[in-house]
Design a protein around this ligand. Structure first.
Ligand code: ADP
Length: 423
């Protein structure tokens, strides 16, 4: 079956999140890191392309998105989804609005919706204002984000300077009346020339109504959650077969390595919980890495039996991270850790590891790059937003899970390994 929906995400973990939610339907979802260099062959019903465009210059973000769109069209996609962060991370220039307008122009459509709501994760929209938990966006920690500080909570006001055509709102009162009322509202706004419609959603039921009303739109935009009902709707519409292309995990050797470069509160608890199971672990110290290089870590790894599922981690508490950053600089400390974890990933693969658990968004980027992974098929979900993925590295089938920051429960590492055994 050719691709039905093509999705473009503005960063890698956002793409994984979207792919995981779509895959809950059991329909095959494939994730590509960057625009593939080769023409599409054997594509999945849902294709997600992860770009790195959230904070790129506008022209670059638009050009990359156009290239992704061309590839997805060639794959056969007839519906498209532009995925950005559920906190609408953007600057006064973009990139959410300019990318959406470029996609609308390429697809010849006059209207799209904007719905970053993700109620399960505390992101809701009411009267066009975005809330993070109980706080308006501009009062949440996002107000101090280093790259995209969000100083206004009103999505219409945020979007208007980013686009050339009129912005409007379909509010919760309309959404609560159901899909038909929402479709009528969108049509009325279109008749008034409104191209960009922010749509309120405070609960999962709202997202179901929005997806239902917008299922025939050539382009939808939003966070991952509003896309989640689409596979079932497309099955109901006869566009997909219910049992289309389900994913079966390949048979893989049990040799495993766990790599953690995240220092988030949850990852620290996860590392401690995994160590308490008695699994072997090796701690990376950026100061020692700067002085002595990665040899000690690689030697330790070489001496391990990978069936014992060893963990290599740089995960540390804020005081240790600060001490390393003060001596080495933030970027150098981060790069030293990422480089050694990437080197450990390839060394483990060459030693026979076929199952990889990776913690940390940037760390995941470094590890997938080192493993030469460009395409991942989404498997079972371990925790909300964190699926197993199956891919190829160095000519071998491998299973890889990539967990960013605070995702997963305290037992995530053990949960992941058990989940792979049982699916
Ligand atoms: P998260 O998803 O939790 O944000 P990331 O991998 O994206 O995790 O970011 C963590 C960053 O911190 C990486 O660049 C990593 O290399 C760096 N890092 C990890 N451990 C340390 C440490 N002990 N000292 C300094 N920097 C570290």
């Amino acid at each position: 079956m050719p691709t039905l929906m093509g999705c473009i995400a503005d960063d890698f973990t956002g793409a994984t999140d979207l792919a995981g939610l779509l895959a809950r339907s059991g329909i095959k979802v494939s994730l590509r890191i960057g625009v593939p260099e080769t023409a599409p062959v054997d594509t999945a019903a849902f294709e997600v392309i992860a770009l790195k465009s959230r904070t790129a210059p506008v022209a670059e973000a638009v050009a990359d998105t156009r290239a992704a769109l061309d590839w997805l069209k060639t794959a056969g996609a007839t519906r498209f989804f532009w995925k950005y962060c559920s906190t609408f991370d953007s600057t006064a220039e973009g990139n959410i609005g300019p990318v959406a307008e470029a996609l609308m122009q390429e697809l010849g459509t006059d209207q799209t919706i904007y719905c970053p709501a993700f109620p399960e994760n505390g992101r809701s929209i009411f009267m066009g204002n975005l809330f993070v938990g109980q706080q308006p966006l501009a009062e949440s920690p996002m107000k101090d984000h280093p790259l995209t500080p969000m100083r206004d909570s009103n999505l219409m006001r945020l979007l208007a300077p980013q686009v050339t055509r009129p912005v409007g709102l379909a509010d919760r009162l309309t959404v609560a009346k159901g899909a038909e009322a929402l479709r009528d509202k969108l049509a009325a706004l279109k008749a008034d020339g409104v191209a960009h419609v922010v749509v309120d959603a405070v609960a999962d039921e709202d997202l179901g109504i929005i997806a239902d009303a917008c299922r025939d739109m050539v382009l939808m935009t939003g966070g991952s959650a509003v896309a989640m009902p689409l596979p079932q709707l497309y099955i109901a519409d006869g566009l997909l077969a219910a049992d289309a292309d389900g994913v079966t995990a390949p048979h893989l050797a049990a040799d495993t390595v766990l790599l953690s470069g995240s220092c988030s509160v949850m990852t620290r608890a996860q590392v401690a919980a995994y160590q308490s199971t008695g699994a072997p672990s090796f701690r990376l110290d950026p100061l020692a890495l700067a002085k002595d290089g990665p040899g000690a870590a690689l030697d330790w790894l070489a001496a391990q039996n990978l069936k014992t599922k060893p963990l290599i981690y740089a995960t540390a508490d804020p005081a240790e991270v600060k001490a390393a950053q003060e001596q080495l600089g933030v970027a150098k400390a981060g790069a030293l850790v990422e480089d050694v974890l990437a080197a450990c990933a390839t060394a483990a693969r060459d030693k026979g590891a076929r199952r990889f658990v990776v913690a940390g968004g940037e760390t995941s980027g470094a590890v997938t790059k080192a493993l030469g992974v460009t395409q991942l098929t989404i498997g079972a979900e371990i925790a909300p937003g964190v699926p197993w993925t199956f891919c190829q590295s160095g000519g071998h089938d491998i299973a890889l899970t990539l967990k960013s920051g605070n995702f997963g429960a305290e037992t995530f590492f053990a949960d992941a390994l058990i989940n792979l055994e049982t699916t």
